[in-house]
Ligand binder design. Structure first.
Ligand SMILES: O=C(O)CCC(=O)C(=O)O
Length: 272
């Protein structure tokens, strides 16, 4: 069995100190990109581990041109931490969880779930959307760590943000697809929110909250854009009455057994 090198283990738990300005930036814009969250050996090690797990879990075999816009955006595999002890160490990284908690100003965070999002060579755009439309969660204290497993230039389709757009309510109720891309883009055009489209260095990680609008460009290369994500919520997050079929599905899938009006404290949602 492959073991995680001790220096990589240390990196996963080493604190990453945020400045007051960085926390303020996140609070205002509801996203932040942080450089050097992980070093090269850590990314290389988990690129291998996560890629292997994705290969084992992936069941998509429809040719890309025959898929929907959502299907063209990425291969999407969930809760790798349940399947793989190595990947679990990464998803349960105290360094990442501490950043998530500090940005949201909570006393701790729980895992909502994790996802690998592998945009294939020739893969399409990820349409504009806000994640929390899918989540039966009472407050906006939610954040996704988006962790590229390689340096990610614009050609690979890095994540893009509409800075501060969590203030817009219109468009929140749209599923990811052609309509969300068109309507949200139209809406954002007539606002002053900055559309941030930047490459990611190796080891750079972004954090975005549940209601901020974001998208990604197409992957115009013939190389996979490999990304791991971890979705955190406030450790005191309460389950709300689901408002749509996606939220019912999320309840059954990511926090089965949780009760409406109570803190979500199931075996799938450990405090990190
Ligand atoms: O990786 C992508 O293309 C999209 C990611 C995303 O929308 C998310 O992590 O919330």
């Amino acid at each position: 069995m492959i073991k995680i090198p001790s220096s990589v283990k240390e990196t996963l738990s080493k604190p990453y100190l945020l400045t007051k300005e960085q926390i303020q930036f996140y609070q205002q814009n509801r996203f932040i990109k942080l450089k050097q969250v992980f070093d090269e050996p850590t990314i290389t090690f988990f690129n291998d581990a996560i890629s292997q797990r994705v290969s084992l879990m992936n069941k998509e075999n429809t040719p890309i041109e025959q898929r929907t816009t959502y299907g063209k955006a990425f291969l999407q595999l969930f809760n790798l931490w349940k399947e793989d002890e190595l990947v679990k160490e990464f998803v349960f990284s105290k360094r990442l969880a501490q950043i998530a908690s500090d940005l949201m100003n909570t006393s701790g965070v729980r895992i909502y779930h994790d996802q690998a999002l592998f945009k294939e060579g020739g893969g399409g755009i990820t349409p504009w959307h806000a994640d929390q439309y899918y989540w039966p969660l009472e407050t906006d204290k939610t954040v996704t760590a988006w962790i590229p497993l390689q340096a990610t230039p614009l050609e690979l389709g890095p994540l893009e943000f509409s800075a501060g757009s969590h203030q817009i309510v219109e468009g929140r109720d749209l599923e990811i697809g052609d309509e969300s891309e068109r309507l949200i883009q139209q809406k954002l055009k007539v606002t002053n929110f900055n559309h941030v489209i930047e490459a990611f260095d190796l080891g750079e990680v972004s954090f975005h909250s549940g209601w901020v609008f974001h998208r990604a460009g197409a992957n115009t290369t013939n190389q996979m854009r490999k990304v791991m994500t971890v979705i955190y919520m406030d450790k005191d997050m309460v389950l709300k009455n689901p408002e749509n079929k996606n939220q019912i599905n999320d309840w059954n899938t990511w926090c089965p057994g949780a009760k409406i009006g109570e803190v979500i404290d199931t075996p799938l949602n450990p405090v990190i």
